[in-house]
Design a protein around this ligand. Structure first.
Ligand code: PRX
Length: 627
């Protein structure tokens, strides 16, 4: 147990100076079929091997390990969006369902190393499917339920998934989302997929393709309740999760078994300060990394009770979240700044209607939290008594990297404070030299950590290029964020340094949206930039040039928004569409995004414009805004 900032510093130093001792001690808490020979092999950077030679199983460590002491303890408390849908699964029940579904997968011919695409609503069966994959060594690739059919096709094909697990439909703000229909569209273009298992969730009418599609409830009937956990190598792939990069092609982040297990376990334990009777609620969708690490694996490996809510925060009313906190007496609550800003807009009445006194700790993740939102969260939700942990991390890092420890680290609104154990974070200049306090630069991690990504699926070259090439001589991991440390050494994240937007806490590549736009018959050129958005953090602004014969206007703007939604998903739909006859470019033909950002934000452009090819273009764009 750590109690003071001095104890933290001591343990932090130990974790950096003697990482193998530190992480070896943490790993000893788990069940190993065979103990590791070596904690870290970093002989072939950037390809790390953690707990080399060991054999373990994450599903076993999340379930079987707890059965004796916690068999009757709730593992998952679930609430569906339709208000009467409620379920609790104890550790024993979850274990049984996972074993049964693992047997279903084995019966269907799934083998260790096969990749399985999962496209489901936030229901317990999603966690069951994940844990069943982990149990037999199949690699899950979860695709957020908000993505469209073409986005699904790209991800299924990139991972060569043989199986898809989905549901007939899901609920969002009372509306039915026809998931299976989207899957049917996608599966016309995915040659590797053999079978599709379909959960009945919304009971909407769907087509079942004979020989390919199977009902979840049919295949589960009669499946054996016992399934031994495969003895997997520490470095056996656990999951692929796609995230946006600065090109149009999403990156398949690969995480492996033991390092991810150890990293998410320890961060959950210390950052959320979990106690045995706690009800813990991370509001993320499991389709994002936060859901993988802090709805499912981290809490379950700690034997905690994790709460899952299927739907929207404002359905049927804006107090839905607070009614859930009151109903289940939630102690630890972890959400994103974009949600907090939406709550602020909806007013103080909604939280005030409910008894939130069970809350002990609040967390924030996904984007910088503005001090105003931080203070509102602290006062109105936390009643002024709950510490806030502002956690910085990424899909790539697998787990929390920079964060306060509750009750130990004095916090400052807007700062993620200090690195977690074993995380050697620094702010450096373009040569990799550490910058003095107060100077902004690149955020890097100077040493490997257990839950780090191992590669990009099928693309080692891109893995090296994106994360390691910039500071190759030093062997630093480049996070892609800018940061600065203040006079007290606190880390402040300044945002992305590449063409990646952070929309509602989710990463979005400007290039992906541009590719979607130019695929529309009316568009000849498109440039996408971010702008400051009151709730989303960043909004999407698209500048498009139409081909001859196409008319600009609201109708075209709406058609283009719908087109992007159909190609990628609702999160990518532009908030602003600007029509322009030409885009501002440098003499070498590069679009000057800085200037477009100024237009999108409605501010005057400052700075050097001498390289602008045609100053008229900008003047015209602005003039158009005023029309
Ligand atoms: O820019 C940082 C921002 O989100 C990016 C990672 O996005 P993703 O992989 O989708 O994971 C989000 C959830 C872990 C980072 O590069 N980010 C995440 N957390 C914070 C943050 N920016 C500032 N403060 C944070 N606490």
């Amino acid at each position: 147990m750590i109690r003071t900032q001095e104890e933290y510093q001591q343990l932090y130093r130990k974790s950096i100076d003697l990482p193998e001792k530190f992480w070896g001690d943490v790993a000893s808490e788990f069940h190993w079929f065979r103990k590791w020979d070596r904690v870290l092999n970093w002989e072939n950077p950037p390809f790390a091997k953690w707990f080399e030679g060991g054999k373990t199983n994450l599903s076993y460590n999340c379930l079987d390990r707890h059965l004796a002491a916690r068999g009757n303890k709730p593992a998952i408390i679930w609430e569906g969006e339709p208000n009467e849908d409620r379920r609790v699964l104890t550790y024993a029940e979850l274990h049984r369902e996972v074993c049964k579904f693992a047997n279903v997968l084995l019966n269907q011919g799934v083998k260790a190393g096969d990749t399985i695409a999962i496209y489901m609503p936030l229901v317990p069966e999603l966690a069951i499917a994940m844990l069943a994959c982990a149990r037999i060594g199949a690699i899950h690739s979860i695709i957020f339920g908000g993505f469209s059919a073409p986005a699904l096709v790209d991800r299924i094909n990139d991972a060569s998934s043989k199986f898809v697990i989905t549901a007939d439909g899901s609920w969002r703000r009372g509306n039915l989302i026809e998931l299976k229909k989207i899957v049917d569209d996608a599966l016309k273009n995915t040659p590797t997929v053999k079978n599709c298992i379909v959960l009945r969730r919304a009971a909407n009418a769907i087509d079942m393709v004979s020989g390919r599609d199977l009902w979840w409830h049919d295949v589960m009937t009669g499946a054996s309740e016992y399934c031994s956990a495969a003895e997997l190598d520490s470095e056996h792939p656990l999951f692929i999760l796609y995230t946006s990069g600065s090109t149009g092609k999403p990156k398949g982040i690969l995480h492996t078994t033991a390092g991810y297990m150890v990293g998410t376990h320890l961060t959950t334990k210390y950052v959320f300060d979990l106690r045995e009777q706690d009800v813990y609620w991370c509001t993320a969708d499991i389709g994002w990394v936060t859901g993988h690490s802090y709805v499912v694996y981290g809490p379950l490996s700690n034997g905690a009770t994790t709460l899952m809510y299927e739907g929207a925060p404002n359905y049927p009313d804006v107090d839905r979240f607070w009614s859930i906190v009151e109903r289940y007496k939630v102690n630890v609550f972890y959400t994103a700044p974009t949600a907090i800003r939406a709550f602020m807009k909806w007013g103080n009445e909604a939280p005030k209607k409910h008894d939130l006194s069970s809350l002990r700790l609040l967390g924030s993740v996904g984007e910088p939290i503005n001090p105003e939102a931080w203070i509102w969260y602290h006062e109105i939700i936390g009643g002024g008594r709950c510490p806030i942990v502002d956690t910085w991390w990424q899909t790539e890092t697998g787990g929390i990297m920079i964060t306060p420890l509750p009750g130990i680290t004095p916090t400052k609104p807007g700062s993620a404070t200090f690195p977690f154990f074993g995380v050697d974070a620094a702010v450096v200049d373009d040569k990799g030299e550490e910058l003095p306090l107060g100077q902004g630069g690149f955020l890097v991690i100077r040493k490997p950590w257990p839950s780090m990504l191992r590669t990009l699926w099928g693309d080692d070259a891109r893995f090296r290029e994106v994360y390691w090439a910039r500071f190759a001589d030093k062997g630093y991991y480049m996070a892609g964020d800018g940061a600065v440390r203040d006079e007290d050494g606190y880390f402040w994240i300044l945002g992305r340094i590449d063409d990646v937007l952070n929309v509602s806490g989710h990463r979005l590549s400007t290039m992906e949206v541009e590719s979607a736009l130019v695929a529309h018959e009316a568009v000849v050129e498109a440039a996408v930039v971010g702008f400051n958005h009151e709730v989303k953090g960043e909004g999407v602004a698209a500048f498009v040039t139409l081909g001859p014969g196409f008319e600009k206007g609201t109708k075209m703007a709406d058609a283009l928004k719908k087109h992007v939604r159909d190609m990628i998903g609702a999160i990518a739909a532009p908030d602003q569409i600007h029509f322009s006859e030409a885009l501002p470019k440098t003499r070498s033909g590069k679009i000057m995004r800085r200037l477009l950002r100024d237009v999108a934000n409605g501010v005057e452009s400052k700075g050097d414009m001498t390289t602008l090819e045609d100053l008229n273009v900008l003047a015209k764009l602005r003039q158009q805004e005023e029309e």
